[in-house]
Design a protein around this ligand. Structure first.
Ligand code: C5P
Length: 232
C-alpha cells in the first residue's frame, strides 16, 4: 500500500475544481471529493476527474440506519472510485452493512474507511456536546477497533492518533489523516493538527490536505512540499 498525499477538493463547483486540477501539469494527485462538491456537481464530477487520471476518495461520511447505508453504498459501488467512508459512530452493524453494499458481485470494492472523531472536535466538545466521557485517544481507538471488527480497511483519524491505531489494529490497517498543516501555516477550524513530516514519522498512510494546498498562492508548489515532507 503506497503512502500518498490526498488533496481535499473542497470547491463549490465542477468548474472551480477542474480549473484547480488544470494547475497540475506533471502530477496526477489523489483527490478527495467531499459533500459540498458532490452535492453540487453530482456523479458527473467523478467521471470527469477519473478521465483525467486521478484517484478518488469520495468522502461522504455516511451515517444512518444499516439498511439505508447498505443501499446507498450499493449506489456508490457503481461509481469508479478508489476509497469512500462512513462514520464509525453508526455502530459495527452499520459498518458491516456498508461493506456489504459496497462490494460488487465479483467481490471487488473500493477501500472503505471509517471516521473516528472529526479532527475539528476537541476533548471538551466531545464531552460536553456529545456526552462521550472517555479520553479522546481511547474513544478513537475503540472506534478504530470497531471498524476493524466490521471488516473495514482503516480509519480517518488525526495524525496524532495514527500510531496508536496501528498498534491496536495492526500495521496493515490504514490510517488516513486530515488535520495537516505546515509549521508556518494557519490552523483554521482544525484542532488536532500536525505537519506532513511529523505525520510521516507517526506512520500515517495517507494525509488529506485541503486549504494548505487549495488556498496556497502556488498550489502545485504547496502540494510538492507536502509530498516531499511526507514521502521524501
Ligand atoms: O482544509 P483542510 O486541510 O482542513 O481539509 C481537511 C479535509 O478533511 C476537509 O475536507 C474535511 O472535511 C476532512 N476531514 C477532516 N477531519 C476528519 C475527516 C475529514 O478534516 N476527521
Amino acid at each position: 500500500m503506497g503512502k500518498d498525499v490526498i488533496i481535499a477538493c473542497d470547491f463549490p463547483s465542477m468548474e472551480k475544481t477542474l480549473s484547480f486540477l488544470d494547475l497540475f501539469r506533471e502530477e496526477k494527485p489523489f483527490v478527495k471529493i467531499g459533500m459540498e462538491l458532490f452535492y453540487a456537481a453530482g456523479p458527473e464530477i467523478l467521471k470527469k476527474i477519473k478521465e483525467r487520471g486521478h484517484r478518488i476518495f469520495l468522502d461522504l461520511k455516511l451515517h444512518d440506519i444499516p439498511n439505508t447505508v447498505k443501499s446507498a453504498m450499493k449506489v456508490l459501488s457503481s461509481y469508479d472510485i478508489d476509497m469512500t467512508n462512513v462514520h464509525a459512530g453508526g455502530t459495527v452493524s452499520m459498518m458491516e452493512a456498508a461493506l456489504e453494499g459496497l462490494t460488487g458481485p465479483d467481490g471487488k470494492r473500493p477501500l472503505l474507511i471509517a471516521v473516528t472523531q472529526l479532527t475539528s472536535t476537541s476533548q471538551e466538545r466531545m464531552e460536553q456536546d456529545l456526552l462521550i466521557r472517555g479520553k479522546m485517544e481511547d474513544v478513537v481507538m475503540h472506534y478504530a477497533m470497531n471498524a476493524k471488527k466490521a471488516g473495514l480497511d482503516g480509519v480517518v483519524c488525526s495524525p496524532l492518533e495514527a500510531a496508536g491505531v496501528k498498534e491496536a489494529c495492526g500495521s496493515g490497517f490504514l490510517t488516513v489523516t486530515p488535520g495537516v498543516r505546515f509549521a508556518d501555516g494557519d490552523i483554521g477550524d482544525q484542532v488536532r493538527v500536525t505537519t506532513p513530516a511529523r505525520a510521516k514519522e507517526i506512520g500515517s498512510d495517507y494525509i488529506v490536505v485541503g486549504r494548505p494546498v487549495t488556498r496556497a498562492e502556488d498550489p502545485v508548489e504547496a502540494y510538492r512540499r507536502c509530498m516531499k515532507d511526507f514521502i521524501g
